[in-house]
Design a binder for this molecule. Structure first.
Ligand code: HXC
Ligand code: NAP
Length: 284
């Protein structure tokens, strides 16, 4: 579906590009001709991602970066630009999260997540936005949020607050920075079985129940998210800004629909029950 050179004019910087969905996006962008910079805290994972992209014929570089620290972000962007040229596309993917009862959270625990997700996204977006504005070049930002950025969610309150902030940051800047040719969009993924997310949020015993909540009956595949990200960042999508695309197999809609639980009943059984509820002609 995609031409092999679809992203050939892009230099993309992916935060958290050493693992999970970030790595999947990095590899896909590399296959499509983008030069890919991956940043994060664990150097070995970043090196592995760069090696995988190079082995597939792509061009990539890595830099250590803690997105919570603006100076670290600037140094990492400098390092990536020195190796790959000016960054055109930022993917704010780095995140932190854990399950906890909110009344048991310390102020430091709240900060631990919000500083990665919201402050980190702000730091990276501001650093690159300023570069693009100063250079007079277009740019684009894609943020990976969650489907509970709108609804909030029990037991992941720091993440929910931070992701809601990230979504609003993207929508705000979509308008404020449009004059500079900077687009800002987001993807809201449902459950994707990455080590980082599932080890913290999805105990093995909960998988079956979680699958039951997804109308399409399975978890997401990282390559599906990577393909959506590639399309959103491609020249095919140059007029979209301030938008968030949900990719969750229908999970969030099912959670909000009054009668969606009826889809859990075998369809023949359900139809037989519905037929019994139907008034007979004489009863009308
Ligand atoms: C309660 C906790 C806790 C937990 C840490 N803390 N884990 N509190 N329950 N499970 C508290 C600590 O006690 C401490 O508070 C404070 O948080 C900071 O802890 P540190 O371990 O020092 O934090 P830090 O080293 O900064 O690590 C941040 C982290 C860690 C978020 C806790 O898990 C991390 O680095 N994660 C990065 C990767 C990640 O989380 N990936 C998942 C993304 S998935 P005190 O008061 O004791 O000092 C995702 C999916 C969403 O977002 C949607 C799914 C459907
Ligand atoms: P992951 O592998 O744990 O990804 C998180 C990444 O963030 C890691 O590579 C981590 O690398 C990086 N990171 C964390 N703190 C950082 C910091 N201070 N500075 C720089 N990088 C930092 O989990 P994932 O599932 O792929 O998550 C990717 C994104 O998808 C996240 O935004 C997450 O919220 C979102 N998401 C995932 C799911 C899912 O089901 N998987 C669902 C909804 C949304 P280091 O630790 O090496 O720094």
């Amino acid at each position: 579906m995609f031409q092999a050179n679809l992203l050939q004019d892009h230099v993309v910087l992916i935060t958290g590009g050493g693992s999970g969905l970030g790595r999947a996006m990095a590899e896909r962008f590399g296959q499509l001709g983008a030069k890919v910079g991956v940043v994060g805290r664990r150097e070995a994972l970043l090196q592995e991602t760069v090696a995988a992209i190079a082995a597939a014929g792509g061009t990539a570089a890595w830099a250590r970066c803690d997105v919570r620290d603006p100076a670290s972000v600037t140094a990492a962007v400098d390092a990536i630009e020195a190796q790959l040229g000016p960054v055109t596309t930022l993917i704010n993917n780095a995140a932190g999260n854990f399950l906890a009862a909110t009344e048991e959270l310390s102020a430091n625990a709240f900060d631990a997540v919000v500083k990665i997700v919201l402050n980190g996204t702000f730091n990276c977006t501001l650093d690159l936005g300023r570069r693009w504005i100063e250079r007079g070049t277009a740019g684009q930002v894609l943020a990976i949020v969650t489907t509970y950025a709108w609804t909030g969610s029990a037991f992941v309150v720091p993440s929910a607050c931070a992701k809601a902030g990230v979504l609003v940051l993207m929508k705000s800047l979509a308008v404020e920075w449009a004059t500079y040719g900077i687009r800002c969009n987001a993807i809201a993924p449902g459950p994707f079985p990455t080590e980082g997310a599932f080890s913290r949020l999805m105990p093995e015993g909960m998988h079956q129940e979680a699958l039951q909540q997804v109308p399409l009956g399975r978890f997401g595949r990282p390559e599906e998210l990577a393909n959506l990200a590639a399309y959103l960042c491609s020249p095919m999508n140059a007029w979209m800004t301030g938008e968030c695309v949900t990719l969750d197999g229908g999970e969030v809609l099912k959670a909000g629909q009054e009668f969606s639980r009826m889809t859990d009943i075998p369809r023949d059984e359900l139809k037989a029950g519905l037929a019994m509820m139907r008034p007979t002609k004489s009863a009308k």
